[in-house]
Ligand binder design. Structure first.
Ligand SMILES: Cc1cn([C@H]2C[C@H](O)[C@@H](COP(=O)(O)OP(=O)(O)O[C@H]3O[C@H](C)C(=O)[C@H](O)[C@H]3O)O2)c(=O)[nH]c1=O
Length: 190
C-alpha cells in the first residue's frame, strides 16, 4: 500500500499493490496496521457503504456533525469519479480549500478523508460503483450538507452544469457562510 500526502494535511491518497496473473488480480484494499502507522492515529471503521450512480450524478457535499462526525476511506470499484473534499474546520490553515482526485476501478486509488471535511463526488463514466468505510455510524439527525457550487469554494466538477444530476436535497444545500463549522482546534477524535 502506497500512501501519498495531498495539498491538505491529513487528506491522503492510498494505492494498493495489485497482483495480476492469468486469472485476474488480487489487492489488499485495507490494512489497519499500515494505515494507522501512516496516519499516526488509531482508526476503527465501523460501517461500509456502497452506492451506484449513473454518468453526471453528483452526490454531496455531505458530512455529519459531532458526535457522529465521520472520517472516510473511499474508493471506486467500477467506473470513474471525481472525488472532492472541502476543509470546513474553522481555524484550519486550509479552511474552505478543496482537494479533488480521480478515483476509478482502473487506478484503484483510495482517498482518506479525516473528520471535519465535506465530501462528494461526480460520476465521469457511464456509471460508478462507489464503496467506502466510515468510522462513525450514520446519524440522520447529524447529517449536514454544503452547496456543491458555492462560489466561495470554486470547485471545478469537470462537467458542465447541465450534465449534472443531483438529489433535490443537494440542489439546495447551504453555502459555506451558512453552515455549522467544525473547530480545527478541538479533538474530533476524542
Ligand atoms: C449515507 C447513508 C444513507 N442512508 C440512507 C438514507 C437515504 O434513505 C438513502 C440515501 O441517502 P443519501 O441520499 O444521503 O445518499 P448519498 O447522497 O450517497 O450520501 C452520501 O453521499 C456522500 C458521497 C457522502 O460522503 C456521505 O457518505 C453520504 O451522505 O440511504 C443510510 O441508511 N445510511 C447511510 O450511511
Amino acid at each position: 500500500m502506497k500512501f501519498t500526502k495531498t495539498s491538505i494535511p491529513g487528506v491522503i491518497v492510498c494505492e494498493p499493490s495489485v497482483f495480476g496473473d492469468e486469472r485476474g488480480y488480487f489487492a489488499e484494499t485495507f490494512r489497519k496496521d499500515k494505515f494507522e502507522e501512516f496516519i499516526g492515529r488509531k482508526i476503527d471503521f465501523c460501517q461500509d457503504n456502497e452506492s451506484k450512480s449513473g454518468f453526471g450524478v453528483l452526490r454531496g457535499l455531505h458530512y455529519q456533525l459531532p458526535p457522529f462526525a465521520q472520517s472516510k476511506l473511499v474508493r471506486v470499484i467500477e467506473g470513474k469519479v471525481l472525488d472532492v473534499v472541502v476543509d470546513i474546520r474553522k481555524g484550519s490553515p486550509t479552511f474552505s480549500k478543496y482537494e479533488s482526485i480521480e478515483l476509478s476501478g482502473e487506478n484503484k486509488k483510495m482517498l482518506y478523508i479525516p473528520r471535519g471535511f465535506a465530501h462528494g463526488f461526480v460520476v465521469l463514466s457511464d456509471y460508478a460503483i462507489f464503496s467506502y468505510k466510515v468510522d462513525n455510524y450514520y446519524s440522520q439527525e447529524h447529517e449536514r450538507g454544503l452547496l456543491y457550487n458555492d462560489p466561495a469554494l470554486g470547485i471545478d466538477w469537470q462537467l458542465p452544469i447541465e450534465k449534472l444530476q443531483l438529489s433535490q436535497k443537494d440542489k439546495v444545500q447551504p453555502t459555506l457562510d451558512q453552515i455549522e463549522l467544525f473547530n480545527f482546534s478541538s479533538d474530533l477524535y476524542a
